[in-house]
Design a protein around this ligand. Structure first.
Ligand SMILES: [Zn+2]
Length: 88
């Protein structure tokens, strides 16, 4: 099982436990497919940290703003799990 690093907390997870966020012509999306992608951990805290530290923006070389984040939260494809960084 491949292992990827969460761009928010830098913890390593099995790829299946991470969410791939990618840049598409219509904006940000999640899941497999073409486009530049970054992996974020399974916890909403990871996504929050990624936004806060602009880690996702840097990883994707794209603007990541609150509406995009809200949309991603609405379509987060995996069940939230406890994240090792504990949201702190
Ligand atoms: Zn994380």
């Amino acid at each position: 099982m491949p292992v990827r690093t969460c761009v928010a907390c830098r913890q390593r997870f099995e790829q299946a436990d991470l969410v791939r966020v990618r840049v598409t012509a219509k904006g940000l999306d999640t899941g497999p497919g073409p486009g530049r992608g970054a992996y974020v951990g399974p916890s909403p805290a990871c996504l929050a940290v990624a936004l806060e530290r602009k880690a996702l923006s840097r990883a994707l070389s794209a603007e990541v703003n609150a509406p995009d984040l809200a949309r991603l939260y609405g379509s987060w494809p995996v069940e939230p799990l406890a994240c090792p960084h504990g949201g702190g």
